[in-house]
Ligand binder design. Sequence first.
Ligand SMILES: C[S@@+](CC[C@H](N)C(=O)[O-])C[C@H]1O[C@@H](n2cnc3c(N)ncnc32)[C@H](O)[C@@H]1O
Length: 350
Amino acid sequence: MDLPKRPDVPYKELESIFENSLSQLKIFYILKSSIDLRLYDRLKDYKSFEEISDMINIKPTLSYYILEILTKIGLVEKKDTLYKNSKLSNLYLNSDSQYYKGKSFILTTEKVNMWEDLMDTMKGDIKKNDNNHFPLIIQVMGENSISGDLYDVVKLISNLDEFKKAKRFLEIGGGHGFYTIALSNVKPDLESFVFDLPSVVVETKRYIEKYSSKVKTIAGDFYTDSFGEDFDIIFSSYNPSGKNPDVAKKVYESLNVGGLFLTKQNFPSENEGDDLEELLANFEWNLTDLTNSKKGKRSFTFKKDLFLRDYLLFLEDLGFEILNSYNVLDLSPNAIATVNDKIVIAKKVK
Ligand SMILES: C[S@@+](CC[C@H](N)C(=O)[O-])C[C@H]1O[C@@H](n2cnc3c(N)ncnc32)[C@H](O)[C@@H]1O
């Protein structure tokens, strides 16, 4: 038998796809282990790799390479032969820090487990119960908002004349409640409410207490319950109902004439992109569904959602005037946001 001919497409092309993805996976697992081993709690001051090796009980050669790799990716700083947290890891990975991203890692680990068992995940029909899912999500979103857009959004809203004159404020799907808590600090005479699922307002109340705020909560489901009435401002940020026309109608009914609806959501482009990141996000979105908020096909979309253009036309038909629409990243460059994230300001004019 003759040897096969040289193939006309070199294997090297395939190998580089494997190697590049494997290299990202290795970095991910180094990162994950460093967090699981609480390395950033131990590296608040300079340590040698030998000291770290004793503390985390791994071979000195391995602790040396972990520290070198973490230095390369900017999470550790090296001086002579000693290592300590970089500013970035000291803020977000050290569990004593008030910016610690602990809940975000729990969520990331949940996702990793889903990807590790991708064959099963794809064949299964994973339904997450909204009442169990959102209490964790809002803790992650809370961590993200504090180090992201919170202060820019609060500045935008608190500078509006309508806010300065407002008496009653409502945030729907407010979760952690940080936007409302911060706005209520700016304007202590404002009567402020966070509306959210009953299982979530339990968490909201914890934050309200932690930050000694007088914000009140309303437990309910925005698909089936009314929000109440006589509000001067209604705010909504990244909610399953954020592009839903029925919920927009409820917002309209709950607002006073002259009142504002401010909504910050991810509005996908009308044409589905074929960018790798977008395809991965859309794929992952479809691996699970929620029991209550039924998902749409593309990431961050739900059944009945409208595209931005149609949503704005719908608001105008209801009796809103669109005062402004910003890209979240223009307003807040450090926001955990994409180019599709917009904040819309609409005034109820009739
Ligand atoms: C992605 S989180 C956003 C949290 C917060 N607004 C923010 O931007 O950081 C979605 C929020 O919508 C709430 N939510 C989801 N379904 C809901 C429903 N049917 N009724 C009321 N709130 C709901 C969740 O509990 C959660 O607080």
